[in-house]
Design a protein around this ligand. Structure first.
Ligand SMILES: CN1CCCC[C@@H]1Cn1ccc2ccc(-c3n[nH]c(N)c3C#N)cc21
Length: 244
């Protein structure tokens, strides 16, 4: 997968060169390119923002640099399937695990990191000519720009790509790929500051361990994220596990 990120703060994306994603980039599994939007300005001050039409506080990102930057990623006369352009925005479709799975299937993802009050809307409209454009929000809270959102999305998406994480088995049991949240995990020592690891985990009975973990998942999800399950589901989950 090719990943392009356009930002006025390219250094914000530096952490993507670390750990598993950095290694995947070195191994050629990911082709990660971070571009500075200011490289597509034509004035000596490398201006990327201006005052909003209609008035109001703050500044808006000018269309011209964005148009040139997007054309550099995908020229108007390019052939082949359109890349997907993700535009982080508080007004976007909320990012979730399902979207991560869907985007992990793409060959080429482009991320446009806005700042200030946002990007001139005509850029999004223009981009639809050469990209499949998806405005995306990572949650119902307000950030100062799109870079943090891109970090979240790139990590959630890239880890689903074969070869990026060492053990694909670990993708199978994860929260949000299942309805239920993760069960609690423990490691040595068995006793720590007067707190013991649950006995069932020390015994090696895999069936009992599995049931313990499933019960913990149901308890946690019912307590912390009742929106993910209904009471009916809890009963059917219990019934299904009992019959297993
Ligand atoms: C604060 N400031 C005036 C109000 C409108 C937003 C603006 C800041 N800002 C500029 C570009 C930009 C992109 C994404 C986000 C963003 N916020 N929350 C999310 N879940 C986001 C995503 N994904 C915020 C952004």
């Amino acid at each position: 997968m090719r990943l392009d990120v356009i930002s006025i703060f390219p250094e914000y994306l530096q952490p993507l060169s670390l750990s598993l994603i950095g290694r995947a980039a070195e191994e050629g599994i990911l082709d990660l390119n971070v571009t500075n939007l200011r490289d597509f300005t034509e004035d000596k001050h490398r201006k990327v923002d201006d005052t909003p039409y209609g008035g109001g506080a703050g500044m808006v990102m000018m269309p011209e640099p964005w148009g040139r930057a997007l054309d550099a990623v995908r020229p108007a006369d390019a052939q082949g399937p359109k890349p997907t352009l993700i535009v982080p925005s508080p007004a976007g479709r909320v990012f979730d695990q399902q979207m991560a799975y869907e985007l992990a299937e793409e060959e080429h993802l482009v991320f446009a990191c806005g700042r200030y009050e946002g990007i001139d809307e005509r850029v999004v409209d223009y981009a639809r000519e050469n990209f499949n454009v998806i405005p995306v929000s990572i949650g119902d809270y307000v950030l100062n720009g799109g870079e943090v959102a891109v970090m979240v999305m790139v990590e959630a998406i890239a880890r689903l790509i074969p070869g990026v994480i060492g053990n694909p088995e670990s993708l199978v049991e994860e929260s949000h790929s299942d309805v239920l949240l993760e069960y609690p995990v423990y490691t040595k020592p068995a006793s720590w500051r007067g707190r013991e690891v649950p006995e069932v985990l020390l015994g090696g009975n895999h069936q009992r361990v599995g049931r313990f973990r499933r019960d913990e998942q149901i308890k946690r999800t019912a307590a912390r994220r009742p929106d993910l399950i209904t009471q009916m589901d809890v009963q059917s989950l219990n019934r299904r596990d009992r019959d297993a």
